[in-house]
Design a protein around this ligand. Structure first.
Ligand code: NAD
Length: 379
């Protein structure tokens, strides 16, 4: 079984699907690993390091036709898909629900494909949870980015020239990214408060030394059986927004991470709320790629609104490519262990993780959500 790792070619992408430490583990199981020349260089993994642990480094044209598994960060382009053999298995961030039509070439070629976004969030699949890995990196980097752009320091300082008060940071959404943002801002010495519709998140927020903002949502159920936020009624959303606007007006930094799986991100900070913030304040909208939590966010751009800086980064994990790759690579290696039988490819579609993450199996068995998004609910 040959696992091929391409050099990612999307603009701004610096991650690589497998780090040398994972290659070493996979080689020990009997797998052969092919790495495209320069694939890991922007993540801090030179070709020589891959060769030392047993990988073959080669050009893209030699790599693709031989692949039994194509392990990638971003979904391959049609040109690359055309070069893969029909029995190949593609694994990566395939955006199955955001861009389902882009998967048509994979289905048409009768490949098998697994989307890491669809890995069920069960205890057994925890080590394969690439969404959590990337959210951890994004939450950390959002705070570093805010600290860099804020014209103030984060910690309380007592100097001969007087006292410098700590920065006030407001985090909206206390899931994986939000909690990492809170922890990072606290380590830098900021005073942090956070809001989440899931009351259960309050314990996590408090355990990190931040204040949890309570909003009376009228006793409605805000969390589904999987621990995710439900979509709220307009009235409940408005109550959250009213409280958020008051706290944003006295915050130096607002980091927004609120998302509802499969839906557009909820609007949390209106233009009016941004108007009430002091010039020099910084907003980092981590939900920019799914519509944004801030009315003025422009995905991938910087907006200066009367001195309030609004950043809507689209791929923060790629800016911490070394660790983001290392974590993703461990997630992928754990996932590959499900289909790696002592170096031979073996797919058991009765496995609940494989079944959950499968976008298509040999061009058939299209995931019901993807099939529905493609307008073919019975495929
Ligand atoms: P996410 O990225 O979908 O959402 C981020 C946060 O935004 C969530 O905490 C959500 O409650 C919050 N949010 C949504 N709408 C909001 C609104 N209108 N106002 C305020 N906040 C809002 O979620 P995530 O970070 O991927 O994970 C959320 C939860 O899922 C975790 O806290 C955990 O309970 C669960 N989870 C479980 C596993 C596992 O079991 N393996 C792994 C990861 C996460």
């Amino acid at each position: 079984m040959r696992i091929a790792v391409p050099r990612e070619n999307q603009p701004g992408e610096a991650r690589v699907a497998l780090a040398p430490e994972s290659v070493k583990k996979l080689v020990a199981t009997g797998a052969e690993i092919g790495i495209e020349t320069g694939a890991g260089v922007h993540a801090g993994f030179p070709d020589a390091e891959y060769e030392t642990v047993g990988a073959s480094v080669m050009g893209r044209s030699d790599l693709l036709p031989e692949a039994d598994i194509f392990a990638c960060v971003n979904r391959p382009e049609p040109d690359d898909i055309a070069k893969l053999k029909a029995s190949c298995v593609v694994i990566g961030f395939l955006k199955p629900l955001d861009e389902p039509t882009a998967l048509e070439p994979i289905i048409a070629k009768k490949l098998s494909a697994f989307a890491v976004e669809l890995v069920p969030r069960t205890t057994r699949a925890q080590s394969m949870d690439a969404l959590s890995s990337m959210a951890t990196v994004a939450g950390y980097k959002a705070v570093i980015m805010a600290a860099e752009r804020l014209p103030r320091m984060f910690p309380l300082l007592m100097t001969a020239a007087g006292t410098v008060p700590p920065a006030k940071v407001l985090v909206l959404g206390a899931g994986v990214a939000g909690l990492q943002a809170i922890a990072t801002a606290r380590r830098l010495g900021a005073v942090v408060e956070a809001y989440d519709v899931r009351a259960a998140a309050g314990q996590d927020v408090k355990s990190l030394g931040a204040k949890f903002l309570e909003v009376d949502l009228g006793g409605i159920e805000t969390q589904d059986a999987g621990g995710y936020a439900k979509e709220l009624s307009p009235a409940a959303l408005q109550r959250g927004r009213d409280m958020v606007a008051k706290r944003a007006a006295v915050s130096d930094v607002v980091i927004t991470t609120a998302q509802v799986p499969g839906r557009k991100a909820p609007l949390m900070l209106t233009e009016e709320a941004v108007n009430s913030m002091r010039p020099g304040s910084v907003i980092i909208d981590l939900a920019a790629s799914t519509g944004g939590n801030v009315a003025l966010t422009k995905p991938g751009e910087e907006v200066d609104h009367n001195g309030v800086l609004i950043l809507g980064p689209l791929n923060l994990p790629a800016t911490v490519a070394g660790h983001a790759s290392q974590l993703y690579s461990r997630n992928l290696t754990s996932f590959i262990s499900l289909i790696n039988d002592k170096g031979t490819l073996k797919i058991d579609m009765n496995d609940d993780i494989l079944k959950g993450a499968c976008v298509t199996y040999q061009g058939g068995s299209v995931h019901p959500k993807v099939a529905a998004a493609l307008g073919n609910p019975v495929a």
